[in-house]
Design a protein around this ligand. Sequence first.
Ligand code: NAP
Ligand code: FE
Length: 365
Amino acid sequence: MFYCPVKIIFAHQALQKAKSELQHLGKKALIVTGKTSAKASGALQDFQKLLAELDIAYVIFDGISENPSLEGVIKGKELLLHNSCDFIIAIGGGSPIDAAKAISLAAANDLQKNELYDTQRFKKSFPLVAVPTTSGTGSEATQYSVLTDYQNRKKAGFGHPLAFPKLAILDPAYTLSSPFSVTLNTALDALSHLLEGIYSNQRTPLVLPLIYKGIANLMEFLPVILNEPDNLLAREKLMQASLYGGMVIAQGSTTLQHSIGYPLTTEYGVPHGLANAIAMEPVMELYYPAISSELESLFGALNTTRKDFLAWLNSLPFTKTLELSDKFIVDAIPQIMASRNMALNPIPVSEYQVRLLLEKVRTNK
Ligand code: NAP
Ligand code: FE
């Protein structure tokens, strides 16, 4: 099965092409974003102009930080209800888009902070427009929202069909302002999603063309963009890879690759995409014997070999090791084992194997 009920407009000047769609979504929007991305990308200014033209009112909520908190979601819910907004526009990376999904569900179903993961209570949602300014999460095409419970130091996601955006507006120009580290880390997230489409035991052959094309785009254009950040063609190819990654995980979810990343983010502040990528090679090694034919088909389609693929990965300028404390390892293992992604691994993964993976990325053994 392939399910992705999102109207997707992917183009240069995409917002102009989305005009007629936007007209019918509501009368007053809550614009959900962070402190810099909406303005730096120029998307906010474009929206303000268009919304005025369409006579649609709006309230801006720019209080979403990286790894959005449960409290931020509740604040957004209250703002939406207080201002009688009837739809949401999320502008930014995965953080504002994920937060907007949760705000929509919290407001529509009157959820409290401790009920944000209680998918049984999700009966309706507000229409959501997602406007990515990073090329990484693909959140504009998924039913997932990843939130952080800072009180309990736990990052976790939920998935529900009502969380899919109604409309996604993708303009590669909105990623031009993203700094080097954000461009690289988010591209690594897209790469994780595409690989996890092969790893997931829910994999379907329907997504293979997306995976192959997405990874080919990353292999060709990520090195280009790291040297030429203003290369708009390369920005477009990365955005396409990111969208495809989102469409892929919307079918089969993520796996251990992401489960390992979450505690690295909550404990060491490692950005999401990088947190997945740190253990990318050892995770592939762990899975390889079980899914060698699927992975060899991927390398064949990419006209490469496993060795050359890993050489390309290792040539990218990101850290593959981290200093991890003993306490972190002891605390992280049960968290990783309990994460919902662990049910999607291509093979059963034991606590011992998780420990070995963490030991492999650890520099201070
Ligand atoms: P992000 O946390 O949304 O943004 C990272 C940083 O980059 C923020 O400081 C942001 O500014 C800035 N930024 C974003 N776009 C920019 C632009 N065009 N110009 C200048 N600065 C820009 O990063 P992300 O990697 O896109 O999202 C990560 C989150 O998504 C994580 O919480 C992750 O778990 C989640 N995720 C969700 C899914 C899903 O399917 N829902 C999948 C994978 C990951 P602001 O402060 O203004 O935001
Ligand atoms: Fe991700």
